[in-house]
Ligand binder design. Structure first.
Ligand code: FEO
Length: 405
């Protein structure tokens, strides 16, 4: 049974939800599923924008066939070749062998690497700013390198202002019958999934996302964009400024909020107890926008996501094998890999002998860009005791002063 949805008078969503996948990219946990979006335009010519992961290939093909309703598929626009969108291309080529592919030259290279046998005579490679007319609709193609792979482009329908934005403006979470962002509680229910998707998947490429936003503003004109059709998550037809503002914060590594996330690494609960004391002291100083995380039991994708949200970070880690506790080290490594910058950091080391974690975490943070490390660092020797009170008070004072300035 088909499950397509109408987007505009002649544009249809033909994607599918995925609920069974436990790990997106085999690394990021999915507790609320994900959608793979694809779109069919019924103009004088028929145009399919992207395909879907093979896990949902049957539903995707069923939807495409139902929307075409016997018409041939004339064009396949490939904005992004990552297999979560491109895996079903082969099935499209088998069913509609005459279809003409429109994509970037680099996409062709990567598709060949993945083993797709593309007939060069059926491939129309487009350059930056090229347009193609399909009848009533003229589509402009805008390169979007590293958003999130080098071959990516976005497609802008100059006739009605629809932007097929590839991975940009996407989100984890399945649609479950909804289609538009204004049909869900996006700011309440979805935003954390959207942030976790962006920060972990595209977060490293902030400058490239900024470049795409600037290009969209100058080439297309932001006011001319009436609808955002991403490859994951809901379509934006209202309040586009909301999600563009979020993306602007994330891409420029500007925190969304003044707040403190405390991430602790604790083997037997003593560093955890110290982190709890610090959290209580922050509350006593009027800093209530705080979050406390056990790095051992919180998947790093959630930590990265909140790190893009909050302005301040406290790292509290036990020393392990004379180094940083491994899950905390993994978190720091991920921060570096994702180019995280522009945060204020407080450090609390701990250990029972030769406690080195504080100094080592400081070194890691110093290797990141535009990070401020507060001077009031402290070390917990085995456990926090009454004679540590002045130190932890000083740390809480410094964090509170920084948050409240
Ligand atoms: Fe959703 Fe970069 O693929």
């Amino acid at each position: 049974m088909h499950n397509y949805r109408q987007v505009t008078d002649d544009l249809y969503w033909v994607g599918a939800d995925e609920h069974r996948l436990a790990l997106f990219e085999n690394i990021h946990p999915l507790y609320h599923g994900v959608s793979y979006n694809a779109y069919v335009l019924l103009d004088e010519k028929t145009v399919l924008f992207d395909t879907a992961d093979w896990a949902v290939g049957r539903q995707f093909i069923t939807n495409v066939k139902a929307v075409l309703n016997g018409r041939p598929l004339d064009y396949l626009v490939i904005n992004h070749v990552e297999p979560d969108h491109a895996a079903s291309i082969e099935e499209i080529l088998l069913r509609w062998p005459e279809v003409k592919i429109i994509t970037t030259p680099k996409a062709v290279t990567i598709l060949n690497q993945f083993g797709f046998q593309l007939d060069p005579s059926n491939v129309d490679t487009v350059n930056e700013g090229d347009t193609r007319c399909f009848g009533k609709h003229t589509i402009a193609f805008v390169y979007a390198p590293m958003v999130h792979w080098p071959e990516a482009m976005v497609s802008f329908d100059t006739t009605n202002g629809v932007l097929f934005s590839a991975d940009a403006f996407g989100s984890f979470r399945s649609l479950d019958g909804k289609l538009f962002a204004d049909e869900v509680d996006f700011d309440g229910e979805w935003i954390d999934d959207a942030r976790r998707y962006y920060t972990n998947i595209v977060g490293k490429y902030g400058p490239q996302v900024v470049a795409l936003l600037n290009k969209a503003a100058s080439v297309v004109g932001l006011d001319n964009i009436k609808m955002l059709c991403p490859l994951h998550g809901p379509i934006w037809r209202k309040d586009l400024g909301y999600i563009i503002d979020k993306y602007t914060h994330w891409a420029t590594y500007e925190p969304e909020e003044k707040g403190v996330m405390i991430v602790y690494a604790s083997m037997y609960g003593n560093t955890e107890a110290a982190a709890e004391v610090l959290a209580a002291k922050l509350t006593a100083r009027g800093v209530t926008n705080t979050r406390l995380y056990d790095v051992s039991s919180t998947h790093v994708s959630y930590l990265i996501s909140d790190l893009f949200k909050y302005s301040h970070l406290v790292l509290a880690s036990v020393t392990y094998n004379l180094g940083i506790f491994p899950p905390m080290h993994n978190f720091l490594t991920d921060m570096k890999a994702l180019n995280l910058q522009n945060r204020t950091v407080a450090i609390m080391g701990s250990g029972s002998w030769a406690p080195r974690s504080g100094a080592l975490m400081r070194e890691e943070i110093e290797g990141l860009k535009r990070m401020e490390i507060l001077d009031e660092e402290m070390t917990v020797t085995s456990s926090l005791k009454a004679d540590n009170e002045s130190e932890i008070d000083a740390l809480a004072d410094a964090i509170a002063a920084s948050v409240q300035k």
